[in-house]
Design a protein around this ligand. Structure first.
Ligand SMILES: [Fe+2]
Length: 244
């Protein structure tokens, strides 16, 4: 009995962090699996691995081209993982989940912050896109978007404007704040709203990568065209599943 209670507490504490690291929640669709479960109770350095996309590199054509997806996933995302694992080994970063590290990122080096965020953001991003995902908008996520922003169109305008205004490299986000409200925000570089350094904090429901590496091959400098196309592949089923 004592064992079951302890296991429940461990599982709950990990799963409550928003996007859980491979936890076995009662409703698994309410989490995004970012990386294999971290070894939180030993001295093994926290190590990350490259997740599969769950679809082919060409699956998001014509909106996101296969070459961009291939380089983005196999080169850019892979590099964040390599660099994080090196930094985590060198600094003996152990006994923590990635979410716990991100929640206290001010304590860590730039290498841990940038590459840990880089892995987390991209692992989430792949799951937030799906071929024809845009057609799945409806149900409770539609109700929440309408209640918070007025309509899907108004939400998309606000999100797009926020993504367009992000100077240089970064991300645009839809997050759910602690009070349940949905907010649109943006972070620079590879920061995200789970981080203590983020101006707006909340549970990530949707994220858009606006680094040039996410769109330059197909769209060159036309970030607006990339964002307009991206709405066609937003995985609304996943966004709805993440909504508390
Ligand atoms: Fe990226």
């Amino acid at each position: 009995m004592q064992y079951h209670r302890r296991q429940f507490l461990i599982t709950t504490s990990i799963c409550l962090s928003g996007m859980a690291l491979g936890c076995r929640a009662k409703k698994p669709d309410q989490s995004v699996t970012i990386s294999p479960a971290a070894k939180v109770r030993d001295n093994t350095p926290l190590q990350l691995s490259l997740p599969d996309l769950g679809y082919d590199y060409a699956a998001l054509e014509p909106f996101i081209d296969a070459e961009t997806m291939k380089i983005h996933h196999s080169k850019h995302h892979a590099a964040y993982i390599t660099n994080f694992n090196k930094a985590a080994t060198e600094s003996n970063l152990a006994g923590l989940t990635l979410e716990q590290v991100l929640a206290n990122t001010a304590q860590y080096s730039a290498a841990i912050r940038n590459n840990g965020g880089g892995h987390y953001n991209h692992a989430a991003f792949w799951q937030m896109m799906h071929p024809n995902g845009g057609a799945a908008f409806g149900g409770k996520i539609a109700e929440a978007i309408n209640a918070n922003f007025g309509s899907l169109e108004k939400f998309q305008e606000k999100f797009t404007e926020t993504a367009m205004k992000r100077f240089g490299s970064g991300w645009a986000w839809l997050v759910q704040a602690k009070d349940g409200k949905l907010l649109v925000t943006s972070t620079p570089n590879q920061d995200n709203p789970l981080m203590d350094v983020s101006e707006v904090k909340g549970k990530i429901l949707l994220g858009l990568d606006v680094w040039e590496h996410a769109y330059y091959l197909k769209y060159q400098n036309k970030r607006a065209d990339y964002i307009k196309a991206w709405w066609n592949v937003v995985n609304w089923n996943k966004v709805a599943a993440l909504l508390a």
